[in-house]
Design a protein around this ligand. Structure first.
Ligand code: NAD
Length: 355
């Protein structure tokens, strides 16, 4: 782990976090706190009823609902949302949902500078990052900038009680993946290391409870707390091999976001474990002393998907995936070597425990 005797730079993102059961009721006050009065409420079609209920509860502070948010923030959807925002006379957005809905809010703020209030309902972490990925003509590009960082994040664990168990598990492992890569990030610092470790610990404790009792409010609170910490790490330091592989498989092979993270994190942690042993040691201790294998056992115990072949990736695609992943690699504690990456992908494809 980084110690205070090492030199570091800590660039914190400003954040106003409103956390706790029932805090959905704070949305109107938070709109006013931003000097705004009329929010366009955003959601996916799946969460439209929740978005409409929130809009009703906001009364005159609601400028209506736009419920067409979609995975990977398609620019065509953003353009429709911009038109709805202008037609409704909105002056801010409230994004109710996971990374897809939050991405739409960020894309709107990028274009018109409006304040964003996010009510986060998954563990993906986008709500606390200044990162936006957008898709135009089938190509996803990612940008980073203070203008896309949401001003306010509300975490109300009651809204996650109905997050399906399978999604809770994969989304929680997605959050853990941010923290694992944060622990060995080249630009890590003592504070991000503390947040990463505490985030992993909270999710390690909460996810088995959620699998056993999905409506356990204490476990849901702990998971959301952990995801906030892990997301903050993602938004503060650079990511490495794991995120590069997930972006490759998501972008070039259309694999689903959270499931891909969940399957790969034991393998990428194992790949980097020897090269980043000191930085990873406290996390490894949370999983029995060995991080890669321990995470795989943990994921298996939660009933998480373990094999990329089950997400529809063909074995014939593995060579091309390895080639893309080693082209312009992100910084990584262990050199990113084609044959070793191909072997890693082969094990993840088959669902084997990492070596
Ligand atoms: P998602 O937002 O796509 O949500 C998946 C589905 O679950 C949606 O239909 C959604 O409406 C539903 N859902 C969300 N919360 C629910 C709840 N509490 N109860 C019931 N249903 C619920 O999934 P995600 O994994 O949160 O986000 C994935 C997207 O976010 C990807 O496009 C990814 O690239 C992006 N992302 C971006 C960042 C960033 O920093 N920019 C970080 C993480 C993820």
């Amino acid at each position: 782990m980084t110690t205070s005797s090492e030199a570091f730079v800590y660039d914190a993102n400003p954040a106003r976090i409103v956390f706790g059961p029932g805090r959905l009721s704070a949305v109107a006050d938070e709109i006013a706190g931003q000097g705004a009065a009329r929010a366009l409420v955003l959601s996916t079609p799946f969460q439209k009823a929740d978005a409409e209920a929130l809009a009703r509860s906001l009364g005159g502070n609601s400028a209506g609902v736009f419920a067409e948010a979609a995975m990977h923030t398609p620019v065509t959807v953003t353009e429709q949302a911009m038109a709805a925002y202008a037609a409704a006379g909105a002056d801010c957005v409230v994004a109710l949902g996971g990374g897809s809905t939050i991405g739409l809010g960020k894309a709107i703020a990028l274009r018109n500078g409006c304040p964003q209030i996010v009510v986060a309902t998954t563990y993906a972490g986008s709500e606390v990052t200044p990162i936006l990925g957008q898709t135009a003509n089938g190509v996803k590009t990612t940008m980073r900038g203070a203008e896309v960082l949401p001003e306010v994040v509300i975490y109300d664990p009651e809204l996650t009680l109905g997050l399906p168990v399978g999604m809770s598990v994969t989304s929680g492992l997605n959050a853990i993946a941010h923290a694992v890569e944060g622990l060995y990030a080249k630009d890590r610092n003592p504070v991000t290391a503390l947040m990463a470790l505490e985030g992993i610990r909270a999710l390690r404790d909460a996810l088995p409870e959620i699998v056993a009792r999905p409506r356990d409010l204490a476990a849901r609170s702990s998971a959301l707390y952990g995801s906030w910490l892990c997301g903050t790490v993602l938004g503060t330091v650079g990511m490495a091999l794991h995120h590069k592989l997930c972006h490759t498989l998501g972008g070039s092979f259309d694999l689903p976001h959270a499931e891909t993270h969940a399957i790969l994190i034991p393998h990428t942690a194992a790949y980097n474990e020897a090269a980043a042993r000191e930085a990873l040691r406290p996390a490894a201790e949370l999983f029995g002393g060995e991080l890669g294998g321990g995470l795989w056992d943990f994921a298996q115990g939660l009933g998480a998907p373990l094999a990329l072949k089950d997400l529809g990736l063909g074995e014939a695609d593995l060579d091309r995936a390895a080639e893309i992943a080693v082209t312009n690699p992100y910084w990584n504690p262990r050199p990113v070597e084609r044959d070793a990456i191909r072997a890693l992908l082969g094990r993840a494809w088959a669902g084997a425990r990492p070596q």
